[in-house]
Design a protein around this ligand. Structure first.
Ligand SMILES: Nc1nc2c(ncn2[C@@H]2O[C@H](COP(=O)(O)OP(=O)(O)OP(=O)(O)O)[C@@H](O)[C@H]2O)c(=O)[nH]1
Length: 184
């Protein structure tokens, strides 16, 4: 098994609710706005591997991206943004993030069908074009929340496929000998 670090960038469109639903299996319509960052963990079994997600639910700090890039070889970001700003964020992530980063886009609030702003086809086409996972979710109705994280697990390289780790898992943290940077 190995740890998988996710940082969820905030734009006030239901990210905390997704995390809450995933970690606690509950939905709170009066969830408080994220101030700073909250940290949660959840372990997911995918086939015969356990993936422990270390989830940082942040309040949209601009330094997040550089932190993601520095802190791990296989760190992930689940992004949830308005579709128009998502593209800029993904471009930056591809440029500065780890080369093998897994990107997942959650189109949340899919229960609110009558106020839909982005057509599923458009979002899916865009996600395919950047090789990202795309799922429409509803934190409220528990639609596709676990599936989102399972899909991320599925895309992670198998631990057996890592010659450097000897099959014992990936090292996600910098070695102590490397200089520390003040980040996050
Ligand atoms: N109908 C519906 N409402 C949702 C859904 N997900 C979140 N919400 C509501 O949307 C609002 C914002 O949700 P949050 O999870 O706090 O959003 P956030 O992006 O984490 O925002 P901050 O924590 O304030 O940064 C809350 O009132 C939620 O109850 C959903 O899938 N469906």
């Amino acid at each position: 098994s190995f740890h998988t670090e996710l940082k969820l960038r905030d734009t006030g469109v239901g990210k905390s609710s997704i995390v809450w639903r995933f970690v606690e299996d509950s939905f709170d319509p009066n969830i408080n706005p994220t101030i700073g960052a909250s940290f949660m963990t959840k372990t997911v079994q995918y086939q015969n591997e356990l993936h422990k997600f270390l989830i940082w639910d942040t309040a949209g700090q601009e330094r997040l991206l550089s932190c993601t890039a520095q802190s791990s070889s296989y760190s992930l970001s689940v992004l949830q943004e308005t579709f128009s700003t998502l593209k800029n964020w993904v471009r930056e992530l591809r440029q500065h993030g780890p080369p093998s980063i897994v990107v997942a886009i959650a189109g949340n609030k899919c229960d609110l069908t009558d106020v839909r702003e982005v057509m599923e086809r458009d979002a899916k086409d865009y996600a395919d074009s950047i090789h990202a996972i795309f799922v429409e979710t509803s934190a409220k109705n528990a639609i596709n929340i676990n599936e989102l994280f399972i899909e991320i697990s599925r895309r992670l390289p198998s631990t057996d496929a890592s010659p450097a780790s000897g099959g014992k898992g990936f090292k996600l943290r910098r070695q102590p000998s490397e200089p520390k940077r003040s980040c996050c």
